[in-house]
Design a protein around this ligand. Structure first.
Ligand SMILES: Cc1cc2nc3c(=O)[nH]c(=O)nc-3n(C[C@H](O)[C@H](O)[C@H](O)COP(=O)(O)OP(=O)(O)OC[C@H]3O[C@@H](n4cnc5c(N)ncnc54)[C@H](O)[C@@H]3O)c2cc1C
Length: 753
């Protein structure tokens, strides 16, 4: 038997002393991942992070590493992998790759066997004494994957363990010593919007915080990896300061999926790292909890590149994993809608090049022609490329992701190689998310389980705080595209329920944000205490982020008073409300310090949010529609730009009138003007009456609002009038006889020179 000493030469990891006659080399620990992607999504299903060759049909650059072997000789080689389409008995083996040892390819082609993750034998290989190079060589560009490589003197196949870091892996990797120890007030797991909101908010209120995120970037679905734009209105409702932190970190993407740059991963990380109270742990996957009684005492997370484990002990914990993983591990009460859930999406993008370009035939992908999927307009496959409604989103998320990949590649194959080929000779896939965007899985139960009925009946909870402004938006498989694959349709449609006040928002109660039986566990994001239907409104990312903001403030109260999340509701609700009324930038270094409001704190918004149109204060004499008086039925709008402050109102109800009251600052002649934006459905003959309070002067003008107004920012003259200093004048727009919608944005008196 050879005596071997294998040392991994990793920049990222501590030196690994591998067992002498058996060697385990985790691919995630390769010193250079080349073009292979580090996939951490399915650790709980198959036991480990892995490398995947996501090349959109072009083989990716080799992943390489060096191992040091004490004694040369022959070894049995195994790679843990699978044929990722075998479970569907699809033709072909898209995930093929080779292992290159010291520059020579091993004969076996890997990724060609097995429905499940398992060790594929590679026969006998020879290693030399000293340094040996290993490389993973992708052969297809179509998502070949490799978890680990095993070299042994024995004939036995290594254990195919899907447990996370089971003893044998730890022993093989030489990580037998105790985990690293760290201690915090608050341990936040999950670095999406909800986790970021919680961590920043708690840190600014004086808590020592760990933020544990298993990807290399922050943002979760709102990162450049998944590219969902952050939606939901912020800074409004009962407590319009909530949302100021999210305003700092949120993307301003113009499309979803947008470009890499639009998701501003670096900005998010910079804002988090600027907080001295936050210890940001990227690339760390939380996999185990320790408990004392009904409380969590520590979370164990391992570095997804080196497998090094750290024990994060804390007073309080936040589950912001989206899947309620921490709660589940701790035995928190939870629920999951069994079937008909909202699914997972892998969005995608394509472009046209100047020259013709080929795309490999994909016989293993979904068998699609152009009529089988919605044409990806605007060069992107949007949110409705969604599947897995009845599949297991926790135990088989990899299967759902892989099905999505088969759908995207099948559709692009139809565009390039089938009945779409004539129109797409120059088309190229530019991006396909390999990190799936989940929407719904496990939810943890709190003292309140919010329902659709609570929301639409506007049930007023004393702790209602986070404004949820998205409609109750639930997704279902789209029948038209479900015919070929009824078992797992891949295109959805959305049904938007009514009843959510999208401007003020429905205030979600604080009691949805902590576990009812794990006493020191908060939750924020998708895994809060709501029903499937209520998730339809609360799940958008800015709303999730605001939950985090409230949780962070509540955590600081727990630390200050040495109490638990439930006591914040029962005994300190007043204090929580005081804290959530503070600017997002307010801070204290410890929970016992005085709170400082920095000079760059945002201006408080109103109950309907911060003005996002032109600021009337900057335009002398302009009176916004918010100050006009309205009769009849009016609808608020923001679609036609520009507008002043929050938007405009429009109506075609013949009983509708809108009246502005303007005042002359000096005696003189004025041009009376109204502001509107033209649109084909606006009134062709909108009557506008201008009259003084004493009725001595009265002008009636008819405005055609389908045509462009005469002046900048929508202003249009409706008559000249001479006024005394301080005299009031009423400007009344009416829908009667208007022949379309009356558009009301602002009015002003312009002195005539
Ligand atoms: C295609 C699609 C379209 C959507 N459309 C919109 C939209 O237009 N606008 C909108 O705002 N929302 C939209 N949503 C919904 C929204 O993206 C989610 O509901 C939201 O991401 C939930 O935020 P979160 O912070 O709870 O979870 P996530 O964004 O999923 O973040 C959780 C993070 O925690 C990490 N994590 C998980 N487990 C662990 C662990 N054990 N250890 C360490 N880290 C862990 C994950 O890697 C992830 O990065 C859409 C979703 C999808 C998929």
């Amino acid at each position: 038997m050879n005596k071997l000493l294998v040392i991994s030469l990793l920049a990222l990891t501590p030196t690994l002393l591998l067992k002498a006659d058996r060697m385990l080399i985790e691919t995630e620990s390769f010193s250079d991942h080349g073009g292979w992607k580090l996939d951490t999504q399915f650790i709980r299903e198959m036991g480990s992070p892995y490398l995947m060759a996501h090349g959109l049909g072009n083989p990716v650059k080799d992943a390489t590493t060096t191992i040091e072997v004490k004694e040369g000789g022959n070894y049995q080689l195994f790679a843990r992998t699978k044929d990722w389409v075998a479970r569907w008995e699809a033709k072909g083996q898209p995930g093929r790759f080779q292992l290159i040892i010291n520059g020579t390819p091993v004969k076996t082609t890997f990724g060609t066997r097995g429905v499940k993750w398992d060790w594929q034998g590679g026969g006998k290989v020879t290693l030399k004494k000293g340094k040996n190079t290993l490389a993973l060589r992708d052969l297809t560009g179509f998502n070949g994957r490799c978890d680990a490589i095993y070299l042994t003197n024995y004939k036995e196949v290594p254990p195919n363990d899907s447990e996370i870091l089971p003893d044998w892996r730890r022993e093989m990797l030489g990580i037998t010593e105790k985990p690293l120890e760290k201690k915090y007030d608050l341990v936040v797991v999950g670095g999406g919007y909800s986790g970021m909101g919680a961590a920043i908010s708690a840190a600014r209120m004086g808590c020592k915080v760990a933020l544990i995120q298993d990807r290399g970037v922050l943002g979760g679905n709102g990162s450049s990896e998944v590219r969902v734009w952050a939606k939901g209105n912020i800074r409004r409702g009962k407590y319009p300061r909530i949302g100021e932190i999210i305003e700092e970190i949120a993307d301003k993407a113009k499309k979803s999926p947008g470009t890499y740059e639009e998701f501003e991963d670096e900005k998010k990380e910079r804002i988090v790292r600027a907080e001295k109270n936050i210890d940001l742990q990227l690339y760390h996957h939380a996999f185990k909890v320790e408990k004392k009684g009904n409380k969590i005492s520590a979370v164990h997370a391992f570095d997804v590149r080196s497998s090094q484990v750290t024990r994060f002990s804390g007073t309080l914990f936040v589950d912001a994993t989206g899947h309620g993983t921490i709660g589940y591990l701790a035995g928190a009460d939870h629920t999951m809608t069994e079937k008909g859930r909202m699914g997972m999406s892998n969005m995608w993008a394509w472009a046209n090049k100047e020259k013709a370009i080929s795309f490999p035939d994909t016989p293993w992908a979904l068998d699609l022609n152009m009529a089988d999927f919605p044409y990806p307009r605007d060069f992107h496959g949007q949110w409705f490329w969604e599947s897995g409604y009845d599949k297991d989103p926790l135990g088989d998320a990899e299967g759902i992701r892989d099905w999505n990949l088969r759908a995207v590649f099948g559709a692009f194959n139809a565009m390039k190689n089938r009945d779409g080929a004539d129109k797409h000779p120059n088309s190229i896939l530019t991006w396909v998310a390999y990190v799936g965007g989940p929407r719904e899985s496990r939810r943890l139960l709190g003292d309140v389980i919010l329902t659709e009925e609570d929301i639409v009946s506007k049930r007023d909870f004393p702790d209602g705080c986070v404004p949820s402004t998205w409609s109750i938006d639930l997704h279902y498989p789209k029948k038209q595209y479900a015919k070929k694959f009824p078992d797992n349709p891949f295109i959805s449609y959305a049904v938007h329920g009514k009843g959510v006040d999208r401007s003020y928002g429905y205030p979600v109660p604080y009691r949805c944000f902590y576990s009812r039986n794990i006493e020191n566990l908060f939750m924020a994001g998708r895994c809060i205490s709501v029903t499937h239907e209520a998730l339809g409104t609360v799940r958008v990312m800015k709303t999730c982020g605001m939950m985090g903001e409230v949780v962070g403030r509540a955590a600081s109260i727990c630390v200050k008073h040495d109490c638990l999340p439930r006591s914040v509701y029962e005994q300190h609700l007043g204090e929580l409300i005081e804290l959530i009324k503070l600017p997002g930038k307010a801070f204290r270094l410890t929970v016992n310090d005085k709170i400082t409001i920095p000079s760059d704190a945002m201006e408080i918004a109103g109950p309907h949010g911060a003005p996002n149109g032109l600021d009337p204060k900057k335009f002398p004499g302009v009176v916004d529609d918010a100050k006009a008086s309205f009769k009849g039925k009016w609808t608020k709008g923001q679609g036609l730009k520009p507008y002043f402050s929050y938007g405009y109102q429009y109506s075609s109800d013949p009983a509708s009138t809108a009246t502005f009251t303007l005042e002359a600052p000096e005696a003189g002649q004025y041009d009376t003007q109204i502001a509107y934006q033209p649109h084909p459905n606006r009134g062709k003959s909108v009557p506008v009456e201008v009259r003084t309070g004493d009725q001595r002067t009265k002008l009636i003008t008819v405005v055609n609002m389908t045509e462009k107004p005469s002046f900048k920012n929508g202003f249009h003259s409706v008559g000249r009038i001479t006024l005394r200093k301080g005299q009031k004048v009423m400007v009344e727009l009416s829908a009667k006889g208007a022949q379309g919608n009356v558009h009301v944005d602002a009015a002003k008196l312009l002195p005539v020179e």
